[in-house]
Design a protein around this ligand. Structure first.
Ligand SMILES: [Cu+2]
Length: 344
């Protein structure tokens, strides 16, 4: 039986799921509808409308936050640059036990859906930021240089550190090195914690850390990594709309995997026929649950919220490992940093 590991940080859905393609109906997995005769769809991919998905529709609610009317999405710009496809392949684990990683903080225009450009705030120039994959016990030095126009910070949920020690303000032009040891295996979020953290996350400042368990993860045929998040569009070429993101019944313009709406519908992720596939999932939010699942097969190993289940056990496999967390109304200083972690 394949072994995977997964942990939860308090604010994000984080999951590692693995499955053999044993479905008699369709041994080929392809993420994205209609790609092959055996195509299997992934839920929660971005719809190009203000109502992202029936499963994500929320009832209207009175807003505890300032009841600013949510702005409508801007009109698609036919001259907007094409989006850049994000490779969903999970990165290889970094060699060695000590890692020095450069994370320039860059504010830049990014096409987040065909016809829509956001002036995003980023770690490393991409949304999500780079995925960091290390072994349990490794030491990670992340070297940040703020090339932007405002202060930012970073909070690694994979770390255990005093917030006033490392989750500090990094002013424009300043540098800072955040160091942590990978003490727990799993999938972890990192994000900017500068207030309002909701906005800094909604505008692109988040990413995934994968910490492999002791001995490493068993080899599989395919590994993919998906970070789910939301876009709350402001005007074309501007930052995300904080008032829209801060609604109690937040209704994003796009719910996306790896930063761009519909990119894996346009460019389905193909995996090896009859191979074993491992999926790393992080829900960065900042607001909505994830309903991630693969249609037509079952994950035989699932680690969700720090609890594992395997096919053939009373817990069984899983089709839909979903849960959530919310950043609403929180700065990093008030949000819980981690729930308990277990291993199996
Ligand atoms: Cu920030």
């Amino acid at each position: 039986m394949d072994r995977t590991r997964r942990m939860i940080a308090a604010m994000a859905l984080l999951a590692v799921v693995t499955s053999a393609c044993s479905s008699a109906a369709g041994p080929t997995w392809t993420f994205g509808p209609g790609a092959t005769p055996n195509a299997q769809a992934v839920s929660s991919q971005a719809p190009a409308s203000a109502a992202p998905d029936a499963s994500m529709a929320m009832p209207a609610a009175s807003a505890a936050a300032p009841a600013a009317a949510a702005a409508s999405a801007p009109v698609a710009d036919p001259n907007a640059p094409a989006y850049g496809l994000r490779d969903a392949t999970a990165p290889a684990v970094l060699p060695g036990t000590t890692h020095d990683i450069d994370f320039p903080i860059i504010e830049k225009d990014i096409t987040v859906a065909t016809g829509f450009v956001v002036h995003a705030w980023t770690f490393g120039g991409t949304v999500p930021g780079p995925t960091i994959r290390v072994h349990l016990g490794d030491t990670v030095h992340v070297h940040l240089t703020n090339q932007g126009q405002m202060s930012h910070s970073i909070d690694f949920h994979a770390s255990q550190t005093a917030m006033n020690h490392q989750m500090v303000e990094i002013k424009p032009g300043a540098t800072f090195t955040y160091t942590f040891t990978a003490d727990y295996a799993g999938v972890w979020m990192y994000h900017c914690g500068t207030a309002p953290a909701l906005l800094h996350i909604a505008n692109g400042m988040f990413g995934m850390v994968i910490v492999e368990p002791k001995g490493g993860l068993p080899k599989v045929d395919n590994e993919v990594a998906f970070v789910q998040s939301e876009w709350y569009l402001g005007a074309q070429g501007q930052a995300s709309d904080y008032a829209k993101a801060n609604q109690v019944a937040a209704s994003p313009d796009f719910v996306v995997f790896n930063g761009v709406a519909n990119q894996y519908k346009d460019n389905p992720v193909a995996v090896k026929t009859k191979g074993r596939t491992r999926v790393f999932i992080l829900d960065a939010g900042p607001n909505l649950d994830s309903s991630f699942h693969v249609v037509g097969t079952i994950f035989d190993n699932v680690f969700k919220e720090g609890v594992g289940s395997s096919a053939g056990t009373p817990a069984g496999g899983a089709r839909r490992p979903s849960t959530s967390r919310r950043h609403r109304g929180r700065s990093s200083s008030s949000a819980p940093r981690r729930t308990g972690c277990t291993r199996s």
